[in-house]
Design a protein around this ligand. Sequence first.
Ligand code: PHE
Length: 369
Amino acid sequence: MSDWSVEQIEKLPSEAQSAAAEAAGLADLERVRVGYLGRDGKVTQALKAVGKLPPVLRPAAGRAANEARQGVEAAITARRERLEAEAAAQRAVADHLDVTLPGYGPEPGHRHPIMLVLEEICDIFVGMGYEVITGPEVEWSALNWTALNYPPDHPAMDEQASFYVTDDVMLRTHTSPVQIRAMRARHDEHCPVRQLAWQTPPMEVLPRCRCSPAPVRVVVPGRTYRRESVTLTHHDIFHQLECLLVDEGISFADLHGTMATFVREYFGPNTRIRFRPDFFPFTEPSADFSINCEMCGGRGCRFCKDTGWVEIGGSGLVHPNVLIAGGYDPAKVSGFAFGFGIERLAQRRFNIEDIRTLYENDMRFLRQF
Ligand code: PHE
């Protein structure tokens, strides 16, 4: 055992331990390991040297060398574990995840000003026992016009310039066609009136109707379309709310009472209503209705164009021909209807000067509601 004494061999583990303790990192430690256990490492050399010893000396030297190897391995492993634990602790600090930070929730949506107004108005009518229903925005012209008693080529149709899809199908110009749908829907499932296609008038099958369609009490919020140039005050898309009541013995007094209850609820308890004669093919008599201007208390301002009154919408008693188109007998029932635009109410409520902002979907505008 030329260069190696047993004493030397026995010192290898503690030498290796001091060298390992000085290793500042895993790379350093690897160099230490190679220095002892690598191909030319001290332990490897010692083991090789043992093989060359005379047989009588081999067992003791061999045991010493093997113990030295185990001791060196243990020293290096202990140091590696220590260094790895330190590195992990440093990473944990660097990659620190603060689980107490609030997360990113989905941004909740909110209602459009038009919908806020519509919902508030519907609530008032629900409180009076009305049902809220809707109808299609793409409607049969037979329901938008004919069933509502517009004679062919009647000039009143010009007031509501329309978008047509085909000759028979159009974007509805008002919510009034839903009056017909609401009335027809009240017939029993097996009644011939109910079986008809919407665009077919029920006059011919009416004598075979055996059901007594219950009273109709509905409000219809919805989107409507007219061919208009888009300006500060007009848009080709707008919203209406339709109200229809059909029952026995309904008179103009019921119309006035219902409307008064609604406007006092919505605009304030001192609101007054003004009716003026008007014309709609589907009501008779017909009246437009206004409320006193709450901005100026009736003295006149730019909101009421100095009249003291603000026009809200149209109204009247349901025309007998419309009752018939709904499958009702005008000798037995009567009704009232009114309808008004929502945009103008939303503009007043939220002080929105330009109607176009309601449809531009500018988030800076919409976030305010
Ligand atoms: N549909 C009419 C319009 O859009 C309003 C109205 C509804 C008038 C119901 C009378 C009865 O102008």
